[in-house]
Design a protein. Structure first.
Length: 338
């Protein structure tokens, strides 16, 4: 068990953030924990990711993230904002100061007898950090980026759900309903794991990080002086249930929905089965953001889609009429025979 005692100021400062870097970390641990076959819904994605790691040598340094079950937190820094890009998180990683590496490494090992994988971070800091960051970026681009728009839409939906719970019912209710392996008995937050550790957070912030790749695994970061971060399994992992990278729809001439509303609007309607941003839809569908915005405006005016604001982001989703339209008129012809 990992037990984290939270004082009232820390509990009151509970926040939620998305982290592409933490997703990359947990995806690699998922592959490591299941060397034969990764369970559904990750099976198809895992086959693709293993091919990437075998065939793209530039991605190999990413495995350093899984070099030890207990590793210093500088390898996966706290997200610098509620919704950072991977590039922003890797910039933080690349800029890790030497004194922070030494301080955190000394909590786990004797600095004069560091393990082989950790020693280069002290002996040749910048080159090692750059090599790791470049490896993570190469791994991300080939193994995760094709799924990221759909993952991001699911994570935005998760954040919206949790933010509403936090605003309406407070952090106690949020933590009590976070995950079946997260137990909240004020003032102690317990993560059900085989590891035995205890921490006390005083006048800090609690940061919750939902992860698609968690598959029930829980992680926490306590090395930061101001923030305690806890990850948990987000809803929506089924977006990874494809057997290969998501593909654009084809065959509009046999697409009844496209014949009814137009091919572009049909694509957007189907994609809105999970709430998404304009940028996310554009990336998923391969359309210009201006084109997506035009289609969304028409769908909003027709009453088949809605928009919701989540912080600085705007999510679009289906109204019941839109869901009925997609369901009743017919499935995507590109996937109907799959």
């Amino acid at each position: 068990m990992i037990r984290i005692e939270l004082d009232e100021p820390t509990l009151a400062r509970t926040r939620i953030a998305i982290s592409p870097l933490w997703e990359a970390l947990t995806s690699l641990y998922l592959l490591k924990r299941h060397p034969e076959q990764v369970p559904w819904p990750y099976t198809g994605w895992a086959r693709h990711a293993r091919r990437v790691l075998a065939e793209v040598p530039e991605a190999a340094p990413a495995w350093l993230l899984t070099a030890a079950d207990l590793a210093p937190d500088f390898l996966t820094p706290i997200p610098p904002s509620p919704a950072p890009t991977l590039a922003e998180e890797l910039a933080v990683l690349r800029a890790t100061p030497p004194e922070l590496i030494a301080e955190q490494a000394s909590r786990y090992h004797d600095l004069d007898n560091l393990p082989d994988w950790l020693r280069p971070f002290v002996a040749d800091r910048q080159a090692t950090l750059d090599r790791l960051a470049d490896g993570i970026q190469a791994y991300w681009d080939a193994a995760i980026a094709p799924w990221w728009p759909a993952m991001r839409a699911a994570l935005d939906e998760e954040v919206l759900h949790r933010a509403r719970s936090l605003a309406a019912d407070g952090p106690d209710a949020l933590l009590a309903d976070l995950h079946d392996r997260v137990r909240w008995e004020q003032p102690v937050l317990t993560l059900v794991k085989s590891l035995e550790q205890s921490f006390r957070a005083v006048n800090q912030r609690l940061l919750l990080i939902p992860l698609i790749f968690s598959r029930g695994a829980l992680a926490c970061s306590t090395d930061h002086p101001e923030i305690v971060a806890v990850s948990y399994q987000a809803r929506g992992a089924a977006v990874l249930a494809e057997t290969g990278p998501p593909q654009r729809s084809a065959g509009a001439e046999t697409d009844r929905l496209a014949l009814l509303v137009g091919r572009g609007r049909a694509q957007v309607l189907r994609a809105l089965a999970r709430p998404a941003t304009t940028a996310g839809l554009a990336a998923t569908l391969g359309l210009a953001p201006s084109t997506v915005s035009e289609h969304l405006a028409a769908l909003l005016a027709a009453g088949v889609a809605h928009r919701r604001r989540v912080g600085r982001r705007v999510l679009y989703g289906l109204e019941p009429a839109g869901l009925a339209l997609v369901t009743l008129v017919g499935a995507d012809p590109a996937t109907a025979s799959a």
